[in-house]
Design a protein around this ligand. Sequence first.
Ligand SMILES: [Zn+2]
Length: 453
Amino acid sequence: MSSNPVAATVASLMPRAKEELTELVAFKSVADFDQFPRSESEGAARWIADALTAEGFQEVALLDTPDGTQSVYGYLPGPEGARTVLLYAHYDVQPPLDESGWTTPPFELTERDGRWYGRGTADCKGGVIMHLLALRALRADGGVPVHVKVIVEGSEEQGTGGLERYAEEHPDLLTADAVVIGDAGNFRAGLPTVTSTLRGMTLVRVSVDTLEGNLHSGQFGGAAPDALAALVRVLDSLRAEDGSTTVDGLSADSAWDGLQYDDDQFRKDAKVLDGVELIGSGTVADRIWARPAVTVLGIDCPPVVGATPSVQASARALISLRVPPGVDAAEATALLRAHLESRTPWGARVSTEQIGQGQAFRADTTSPAYRAMAEAMAVAYPGQEMQFAGQGGSIPLCNTLAALYPKAEILLIGLSEPEARIHAVNESVSPDELERLSVAEALFLRTYASGAN
Ligand SMILES: [Zn+2]
């Protein structure tokens, strides 16, 4: 790899990158100001603003987003007529959870067995450093050939949507030809991966009523219509025998054509108990990235402790449906509601309510940006080819950007490979991944700028 001048520069910048990541990790920037003082987040934001200014960025600003946090923005102009690339990361982190579960203190970057431990090292303060490294390597070797916008969010982990709403209110701010979201990860360390699809989701609440009030199960049970039994039956109708999701009218046979997820690896990652089968049909990748998945998130019914001998008059449940790419979330919501309403037995009164909804996302992987990234990753990871993975969850900002800038190509890369254990205790980043992905990002910017691909 070091035969490439950009790679050699990034390698020489790694000691400084470690110092910088150490400084950034030291801010306890959890965007829940009841748990951690606001000054910690403000310190991290200021650190990033200063770093961008030092790199020659203009218009550097701390943007006050509607959720009461700050996103950091900066603009680095490139040559006239060049394409514009938006680089995204976030500086807020998950809380450390059980601090005694950490081998070394969560907010002190510590090297151990070739990895750097600390909250946010991978998710996503390492992403901030990755962007800085890529730009520095280009500046040291002929300059940055595109216009670059950087946006670093301050409340991604809270899901409060501050940056999404800010972007909608300032639709010109983040316009770009391509967007690199530095908040995903390789499928495993050493295997360069772009996440090219995200499932959408819908949340529906279903309520079933059968009686004016609860009845004694000895006196009335057997003929009195039980609302909880009706709910159980309608919930069960959402699954086939093998556990696949079956919502009337919703197709569930799409196939995933990128990277495959080995069954045994999945069992291990999901910590499935011995002897328990996986559910669904098709490959694991089909099931988690290309097909719908229903999950009952909660049921309102009497808890076991304190339960009385009663036939229940009412019961309700909250249902999540993950919506595969290519399916409109609103249509999936309508199908789910119709299914629940028509499949509830015994003429029980049923009502459904939509609680939330987010669209799925699918990138055009044949676009110039994807071709440029494939070329760049092949250089940064010698002997490897870029892989496509999906993500079963959603990233709302992705949808916001895709809706605001339908022509922009969105690429999700990052440092959160499985060993990074993001969101858990003992989060860490692989410095090797940081180095290679920074090289990949730098070469991507150069190849994408040249327009030769
Ligand atoms: Zn993240």
